[in-house]
Structures are given as structure tokens and as C-alpha cells.
Design a protein around this ligand. Structure first.
Ligand code: SAM
Length: 228
């Protein structure tokens, strides 16, 4: 069987039916096959002992993988058109974000996001956490107006025309807040407001990136680029 990670809340020795079905019907697991089980706190190497349903397993070895960035990383991202936030949440989860807070900004086309969509984004975060080996599932929060962004210890706001490079200003020993604007960009007053809350404007290069690409680039520079 190819390497597999199955979600098993509480690591009880029994797989939830959906997870067990995937293991047996799709991956063709047999008794004695090894796979990884995990929940929000723990991860372990396990062995199939009964194909069920439900699939029963025994734990061979607990592991304590270190896959978190080490400091809190909050992404403030403007509400975007269509389903672009789904792409942002998926990539941000893979890149180690702690929380995603959508923002209503002056040039955001959507001005609200329903609870149904927030829940779907939360489910995407859960799936991406599972796929990327994270035990921690980032929280997707309801949107707030940009003015509600709190004072931060360290913040970087991606802004077209800014001069500072991420690597010149980033201190990955401090909690980090990142901000990315909507398709129409941040208004200058909005950037000024964020600066007043502790954000430094940074460039992502001379090309104009789509907002969802910018979120990914900013997070990648701050986490993956630092080996975190
Ligand atoms: N015309 C808009 C402007 O000048 O701000 C373009 C907005 S861009 C499509 C969407 C968001 O991505 C921006 O608000 C910014 O946060 C980020 N972004 C895109 N390209 C960038 C770059 N080269 N440097 C910094 N931020 C960038």
C-alpha cells in the first residue's frame, strides 16, 4: 500500500467509516499494512489488524512531528471574487498559517461572506492540513472591516510600489501578521491605516500578481523561504 495518512480522532484504534472505506476500497489495504493515523494533537505509525468495517488498527509508534512555523502567522486577506479565497486558504494552510481573517476593504468587490462559505473554507483548511502533514488546523474567521485589524507586533502588507523586501524586514522570532489586498488593491489610506497598526509595506517584485498569487508569494517568502 502506498503511504497514507488517516484521520482518527483520539487515535482510538478504530477508523471513522469514511477513512476506513478509503483505506480498504481505494488503497486496497490488507491486514498488516502500515499507515499513519493522526488527530489534532498526535500522530502515530499504525498497522491494520481488521478490515472491518470499521477498520481496526494498532499503534506501533507515536511520533511528534514538528511542522508548525513556531510563531503565530495570521493572514489578513481582502474578500476576493468567485472562489479565489479557497485557493488562498489551501495554499496558506500548506505554508503554515495559524489563522486567516478575510477583510472588507474599499476596493473589495464582495462586501460580505456568508457563514456557509466560511464553513466550506474551514473544511478546505482541514483537508489541506491533513494533506500537508499538519496536526494543527488553521482557523478561518468571519470577515471584518479593514479598520478592525488590531495593532500587531510585526506586520507585512503586500503593496504594489513598496520598496522593502520581505527578507530585509522579517523577524521570524516574532508573531507575524500578513496582509494582501483585493483585485483592485489597497487604497493609500488603507495602507496608511495598516502602517499605523504596525505593518510595513513590502514588495513582491516588479510584476503585478493576482491577489491569490500574492498571498501565496508573501507566505512562501515568510515561511518556506526561511525553512519554517
Ligand atoms: N492595481 C492594483 C494595485 O496597484 O494595488 C493591483 C492589485 S493586486 C492584483 C492585488 C494585491 O496583491 C495587492 O493589493 C497587493 O496586496 C498584492 N500584490 C500584487 N502584486 C504585488 C507586488 N508586485 N508587490 C506587492 N504586492 C503585490
Amino acid at each position: 500500500m502506498r503511504p497514507h495518512r488517516a484521520y482518527s480522532p483520539g487515535l482510538t484504534g478504530l477508523l471513522p467509516l469514511e477513512e476506513g472505506h478509503h483505506l480498504v476500497a481505494v488503497l486496497r489495504a490488507k491486514v498488516g499494512d502500515r499507515f499513519t493515523v493522526f488527530d489534532a494533537q498526535r500522530e502515530a505509525l499504525a498497522e491494520v489488524v481488521d478490515l472491518g468495517p470499521p477498520v481496526r488498527y494498532r499503534i506501533l509508534e507515536e511520533r511528534r512531528p514538528e511542522r508548525e512555523v513556531g510563531v503565530e502567522v495570521v493572514l489578513y486577506v481582502a474578500l476576493l471574487k468567485g472562489d479565489k479565497l479557497a485557493e488562498v486558504v489551501r495554499a496558506a494552510t500548506e505554508l503554515g498559517v495559524t489563522r486567516v481573517r478575510p477583510l472588507v476593504t474599499r476596493h473589495s468587490v464582495p462586501k460580505e461572506m456568508g457563514e456557509g462559505k466560511r464553513r466550506r473554507l474551514q473544511a478546505i483548511a482541514k483537508e489541506a492540513a491533513k494533506q500537508s502533514g499538519r496536526l494543527f488546523v488553521p482557523e478561518v474567521l468571519p470577515p471584518v472591516p479593514l479598520e478592525a485589524v488590531p495593532q500587531v507586533v510585526q506586520g507585512l502588507v503586500a503593496h504594489v510600489g513598496a520598496r522593502a523586501l520581505v527578507r530585509e524586514v522579517l523577524d521570524l522570532n516574532q508573531p507575524l501578521a500578513l496582509a494582501v489586498g483585493p483585485e483592485g488593491g489597497f487604497a493609500e489610506e488603507e495602507v496608511a491605516l495598516l502602517q499605523g497598526r504596525g505593518f510595513t509595506p513590502v514588495t513582491l517584485g516588479p510584476r503585478i500578481l493576482r491577489a491569490e498569487t500574492a498571498a501565496l508569494a508573501l507566505l512562501a517568502l515568510a515561511t518556506a523561504g526561511e525553512g519554517r
